[in-house]
Write a protein that binds this ligand. Sequence first.
Ligand SMILES: Nc1ncnc2c1ncn2[C@@H]1O[C@H](COP(=O)(O)OP(=O)(O)OP(=O)(O)O)[C@@H](O)[C@H]1O
Ligand SMILES: [Mg+2]
Length: 417
Amino acid sequence: MNNCSLYENTTKIIPELFSVEVSLNDCENFFKLINKFIRFSECYVFLINPESIQFKNSYKGRTKYKYDYTIDITKDLFQLIFNTKKRILDNNSKLIKILNLQSDYYALSGLSIRGCVYGFVLYGKESIFTDDEIISLKTCTEVLSYKIKENELSNVFKIQTKALKDAVKETNEAYKTIKVQNKKILSADKVKNEFLASVSHELRTPLNAIIGFSDILKTQFYGELSDKQTEYVNDIQTSALQLLGMVNEILDISKIEANAVKLIKQYFEISRPVIETTNMLMPLVKKKNINLTYHIVKDIDIYADYQKIQQILYNLLSNAIKYTPEKGKIEINVSNTYKNVRISVKDNGIGIDKKYHKKIFGKFVQLEDAFYKKETSTGLGLTITKYLTELHKGKIRVESEKGKGADFIVILPIEEK
Ligand SMILES: Nc1ncnc2c1ncn2[C@@H]1O[C@H](COP(=O)(O)OP(=O)(O)OP(=O)(O)O)[C@@H](O)[C@H]1O
Ligand SMILES: [Mg+2]
């Protein structure tokens, strides 16, 4: 390397300089490399802050700076660093005196990036620097400026990448936890549904026996009943029927939630379930002296699950009876378009405030009212009704205002295969 000119050496060494690891606090390897062909006996790196200069690192430095050594700088010192044409300072120069440096001559090279100076390097030796040496040192210091800033930037990137990685890790962990919890919830839900289904099933058998035997007692085939006995047998039967209704609803909802409800479709005239449900509930209608009428505009065949359509009608009509005071009025209207059947169950009962119109179709929702004893209801009727309607690809909605009766409207496709 010594046989070549300093300029050639500098040009040759630049790629190598770019690959040296440096930071603002450690430039040792960098200076070691350039010191092989540019003669200097020591050098110091300073960072320029708004009102001070801060010593950062040195190479073979004879002055013992503390690592965080900072010097307050006055305006003229700034001028000295930035504006002086002189790149060589001797030990009489103000800066060298303030910094308390030992060599006879110093070459000053700015650390800058895109014209913005952020520090400087002072290369010192006992003899004066040649012009070639000054140019070479300037070129090498430019590489150093770039390397220091690159290192800072890559540190910022490293921090950001680490933050990103941590965030991704956290998200993944949260996702895993949620997955595990979801699994637990699903299996707990399954256990709950299976439990409800089996309990409901076990309850239905004795309830059916109670209803059946009270029916037999009422026939008085096995002996006459006194008035009191007849009254009690009737009470037993009514309560058992109510309980059976609740048990059936719980069984239905657990089947719905287990996705175990299947439609068994057949063709039937829409009037059939309407008339049958009305007849089934007639005793309750009569008991409350309600005026019940139904009107079927045109009796048509519908392809649907008969038992489920009956259940929809039963739930709507029993609600209408339940939430209509004595001597009230209920109308069932059935009409159809080319594609759909429209069933409306309208009463002039207590009605439902608009803000509850969506809510009432939710599970176990029962609104506050004085009409009906809540113990005999589960608040599942409309949930089941909505589910069964939607299983038929139909829709259900309510039109009502508080105190002004309610109209439940079900739209069912005539032919949904
Ligand atoms: N025709 C109606 N008029 C006024 N309020 C009604 C009517 N139908 C339903 N509701 C309100 O909506 C709530 C939910 O009805 P849903 O049929 O789901 O439950 P429920 O009748 O209380 O109990 P069950 O499970 O025995 O049917 C009722 O508690 C009642 O407050
Ligand atoms: Mg109900």
